[in-house]
Design a protein around this ligand. Structure first.
Ligand SMILES: *Cc1c(COP(=O)(O)O)cnc(C)c1O
Length: 369
């Protein structure tokens, strides 16, 4: 059997008639940018998060950059961010003109260390914090939010991996200034291309985001500030709306697959499945096991059996060359440095068949102890 880490072909096969009808409809009316489907998608997306406003943009990265800029974060500012994430969580800070301050993670959930974030906020060392809900599980903001409010520190949630996740029943976006999502094809709801959105409950922020995504245009051919050209194409909005309707079923399927992987790993006892924090609904965007020193050995074992795996993430962000001389770290980074050597991600997408999941579980069980 050959099991890819991820494939989009099966999803398209299932949704093809609806997707093609959406394309035909948008291409026929011809408003391929700023079409009515974009506004409809924004309304539906905001409703999904239980928030009043969503501003669709060209990518998840742009969502982060524009959110920081709209909040007034730029040159001379410092922004705290985890060292365990996709590069965009931190490169967005540089693109907004500010400096990332990397923090270490705790070893169980892979989230930024709360104590380090609180210290940076309370010491006035950062003007904003990017909270990454890594792998699809939300981070607790109940202590960070009041500390940030007291200090005038902005919070941006990077929910690129956490669409459909909740914490005590609440979606991302309710304990921050702005929340960013990504519709990269590899995310739980993916466009046929790039896409992203910023969610907020602040109408003034919504207005500024809408200007910043299109040249600072304030209407009537007046441009009030230097902006980007970062639009979600109408056809992408139309197709994303179709996919959003599948979100609950797709999440349920990923959770069922995760439960079977969990059982296979728990039967062994020497490989730790992803831990779920009390109160959290994990969307299992990524299924990240903590293997330990035999990580590479297990990856080869699975590869020999036709099962693709990957590592999230291979290198801590504070060690990436692009940030050299353009970032700071909050103390030593021992946990993330060790963790990236121990983790391995299994294939995780809703179209995996039961036979494929069983096959992966069997290969995990057969890996010599
Ligand atoms: C994917 C991702 C992004 C960037 O989103 P794009 O749409 O690819 O630009 C940012 N942060 C995290 C955590 C991501 O996983």
């Amino acid at each position: 059997m050959k099991i890819p880490f991820m494939t989009l072909a099966r999803q398209f096969a299932a949704l093809k008639p609806e997707i093609m009808a959406a394309c035909e409809s948008v291409f026929s009316h011809g408003r391929v940018l700023s079409g009515p489907e974009v506004a409809a998608f924004e309304t539906n997306l905001a409703g999904f998060f239980g928030l009043p406003h969503a501003v669709a943009v060209g990518s998840g990265t742009d969502a982060l950059v524009l959110a920081l800029k709209a909040l007034g974060i730029g040159a001379g500012d410092r922004v705290a961010v985890t060292s365990l994430s996709f590069v965009a969580s931190a490169s967005a800070i540089r693109l907004a003109g500010a400096t990332p301050v990397f923090v270490d993670v705790e070893p169980i959930y892979g989230q930024a260390q709360e104590a380090a974030l609180l210290e940076l906020i309370n010491d006035g060392r950062v003007q904003a914090v990017i909270i990454v809900h890594i792998f699809g599980q939300m981070m607790d903001l109940s202590r960070i939010r009041p500390a940030a409010l007291a200090r005038g520190v902005r919070i941006v949630e990077d929910a690129a991996q956490a669409l459909g996740s909740t914490r005590f029943g609440v979606a991302p976006g309710h304990n921050s200034d702005a929340t960013c999502v990504s519709f990269d094809p590899m995310k739980v709801i993916g466009a046929y291309g790039s896409g992203g959105a910023v969610l907020t409950s602040d109408p003034a922020l919504r207005e500024r985001l809408a200007r910043l995504r299109y040249h600072g245009h304030a209407g009537g051919r007046v441009y009030t500030e230097i902006g980007h050209n970062s639009q979600l194409p109408t056809v992408q909005a139309a197709m994303l709306d179709i996919k959003m309707r599948q979100e609950p079923a797709w999440k349920q399927r990923r959770q069922a697959i995760a439960a079977r992987y969990d059982a296979a790993l728990n039967a062994r006892g020497d490989i730790r499945p992803p831990a779920v924090q009390e109160g959290n609904v994990h969307n299992y965007h990524k299924y990240v096991m903590t293997v330990g020193p035999r990580r590479d050995e297990l990856a080869v074992w699975l590869k020999e059996r036709g099962i693709d795996t990957t590592v999230h993430y291979k290198y801590p962000l504070h060690t990436q060359p692009c940030f050299e001389g353009q970032s700071e770290t909050c103390g030593a980074m021992p946990v993330v440095t060790a963790l990236v050597k121990d983790v391995l991600s299994l294939p995780m997408f809703p179209e995996l068949t039961d036979a494929e999941v069983d096959y992966v579980c069997q290969a995990l069980e057969d890996f010599p102890a």
